[in-house]
Each structure stands twice: as structure tokens, then as C-alpha cells.
Design a protein around this ligand. Structure first.
Ligand code: ZN
Length: 349
């Protein structure tokens, strides 16, 4: 039996318990935002969502994304993706799941997952500026030549208060985590006090760099050490998405214990596709708590991906928190409190 289901009575998922219908259609009922956890309603920030244009995604990656949509959405991937990738679509997915605030990512990875510009993200955040924030990014494929211009563009994107941090994905953007050529990005992060989110672990998308210097967070250690004023958020906990294993979780935990400027983000690894039983996400949550790192965990889903995913991922995460003994205060820290502190963003109720 799916252990998470038995928790349904403790955890009401924002939307009148319509869990089984989560993949089809909207909720049809008005409940307050947030999730109920052991009798207390907690706000939820999802620090990892991807807006954008279907047309900006390379063809091979479109196929991977389309195949994830539950039937019958996969048949009309373009329309489905176009709908849920818009600011309005994302707000609707957040409301379905009870998510209070979210962070949208700019991406410049033309050879793998495509491009979502800083301007696009900023425009989306302005549709609901109290609820939507953005992480800016930059191109690194010509960095030998245009580093200063790219860093200037990043600085300018970060000058808007809605753009609260930087998003990088070494594996998708094909640059080594330990290459000092790119350390100016962390220097800027420290100077502007804007945290850096980094994809760690392998990636299911075609064309990705899969060698350890692009995926193993151990290779970030030099940068983490050299820029103590920059916050490094290790995305996906170094998960191995190819073999569906906890990959570099130990390395993430070691870095977070050794350096106070390291944070941990458990998105995507616990999805139905990547962790069907939910056991890996439960183990990750348990091990981070045992290591005394609850105040470093920042919740994210890596949605919207497909209709209902944002809600589904939150449900699976809250189930894992309950199953591994997180108290109300600890769950509050993971779901919203740590985010508000690290990004210095006012929490919404
Ligand atoms: Zn992502």
C-alpha cells in the first residue's frame, strides 16, 4: 500500500481532499492557501518553477516533457505546455496546490533545455509581484569572449527587486563547477547578496554533460569556500535521475555541514517518475534532519511540468516530512521560513 495515502487524514492538501482528481482539471473549491500540517496551516513557497515558451525548447527535450504529461495531455503537449507555462497558468497550478509564493527561473541552455530570458521571467513576476519572484541567469557558452558583457547583463537583471537570485545549471550549460573562469558569477552573487541556485546531479535531458565536474557538487567546494558571502543552493540534492538513486546526497550533506553558506533543495527527485515509491525522498528528508540541517532545506518542485504536478510534488514532500518526524516548526522552516530568511523576501500568509 502506498504509505503516503494513509497520511491523507493528517494532511489536507489545500484543496478539500480532492487528491485522486489531482491530475484532471481544477479544484472547484475555495480553500485558504498553504497546507495543513499536524493541525496547523503553513504557507508554502515553491522555489523552483519554469515559465516559458514551448517554442523556445529544443525538439528532443519537447519529447521528454510531452511524454511526462498524463494521458490525454501528452497528445496535445504544445497546448498543455503553453497553458501551464504562462504566468496565469502557473498561478492556477499554484492555487490548485495551495502554494503561496513561487520563484520562476530564467534559463540560458540553448543546446539542452532551451532559453527563458530574464526579461520574460521579470514580465511574468509583474503579473503578481507579491507572489511571483524570479531567478536571473546568463549565457556562458562564449564566456571566454563575452564574460564582462554577460556579467553586466546579469547585474542589470538583478537590479529589479523581483529578481532575487541567480540560476545556474552546469550540466545543461556545459561548464565545469570548478572552473575559475566563471567565479565572477559567485562574486557578483556575494556583492549583491543574491543567492545562487545550482542544478546538481545528473539530468534526463538530451545533450546534458554527465561527467562528475558538471554534476557532482563536490566540484563546487572551491567556489563555496572562496565566496563565503554567496549562498549556494544545491538543487535536486545531487540526485541521479538516470538510475533513480540518491547520487550525491552525501556530498551535499557534507558541504552543508562544513559551510554555512550552503543550502539544500529537494526538487524533482521525489516525483512519481523519478521516485515511484517515495522512498528516496523520505530517505533524503530523514538524513538531512539527522544531520541537523533542517534550517538549510528550501522547498521546490521543479514544476509546473504537467497539469497537477505542483500539487502532487507538494503532497509527496509533505508526506515525506510527516513520515520522517518533522515537527510543525521544522516543516514550516522547510516549506517557507528558510526561503524567506535566505532570500530576504517577506512571507505572505
Ligand atoms: Zn528546474
Amino acid at each position: 500500500m502506498d504509505k503516503t495515502r494513509t497520511l491523507g487524514s493528517v494532511f489536507r492538501h489545500g484543496l478539500c481532499g480532492l487528491w485522486l482528481l489531482s491530475f484532471i482539471g481544477s479544484s472547484g473549491c475555495d480553500t485558504p492557501r498553504g497546507v495543513e500540517y499536524l493541525g496547523k496551516r503553513l504557507p508554502v513557497v515553491d522555489m523552483h518553477l519554469h515559465p516559458g515558451e514551448w517554442e523556445g525548447i529544443p525538439d528532443d527535450t519537447k519529447k521528454v516533457i510531452g511524454s511526462r504529461f498524463p494521458f490525454p495531455f501528452g497528445l496535445t503537449a504544445k497546448q498543455t505546455a503553453g497553458g501551464i507555462l504562462s504566468a496565469e497558468g502557473i498561478l492556477a497550478e499554484m492555487d490548485k496546490g495551495g502554494v503561496t509564493q513561487s520563484v520562476l527561473y530564467a534559463v540560458y541552455a540553448p543546446r539542452t533545455v532551451g532559453i527563458t530570458t530574464n526579461e520574460w521571467v521579470l514580465a511574468d513576476t509583474q503579473k503578481a509581484p507579491e507572489r511571483l519572484f524570479g531567478l536571473a541567469s546568463l549565457r556562458v557558452d562564449m564566456f571566454q569572449i563575452d564574460r564582462d558583457a554577460e556579467l553586466a547583463r546579469l547585474r542589470s537583471a538583478l537590479s529589479h527587486p523581483s529578481m532575487i537570485g541567480i540560476k545556474l545549471a552546469h550540466a545543461h550549460q556545459h561548464f565545469r563547477m570548478d572552473d575559475p573562469l566563471y567565479f565572477g558569477i559567485y562574486q557578483l552573487a556575494a556583492e549583491l547578496k543574491k543567492p545562487v541556485y545550482l542544478h546538481t546531479g545528473s539530468s534526463p535531458f538530451p545533450g546534458t554533460s554527465s561527467e562528475p565536474p558538471y554534476t557532482d557538487p563536490t566540484y563546487l567546494e572551491e567556489a563555496i569556500k572562496r565566496y563565503p558571502g554567496a549562498s549556494f543552493i544545491l538543487g535536486h540534492l545531487g540526485y541521479d535521475f538516470i538510475d533513480k538513486k540518491l547520487g550525491a546526497l552525501d556530498a551535499c550533506i557534507r558541504l552543508a555541514k562544513a559551510y554555512p553558506n550552503v543550502y539544500l533543495e529537494p526538487s524533482a527527485l521525489g516525483s512519481r517518475g523519478s521516485d515511484p515509491t517515495g522512498e528516496n525522498l523520505r530517505q533524503a528528508m530523514a538524513r538531512m534532519r539527522e544531520a541537523g540541517l533542517v534550517d538549510r532545506i528550501i522547498y521546490g518542485s521543479d514544476g509546473p511540468q504537467s497539469p497537477g504536478f505542483v500539487r502532487d510534488y507538494l503532497y509527496r514532500t509533505v508526506s515525506a516530512l510527516l513520515a520522517t518526524g518533522y515537527t510543525v516548526d521544522e516543516a514550516q522552516a522547510v516549506l517557507a521560513g528558510n526561503f524567506a530568511r535566505v532570500f530576504n523576501v517577506p512571507a505572505l500568509k
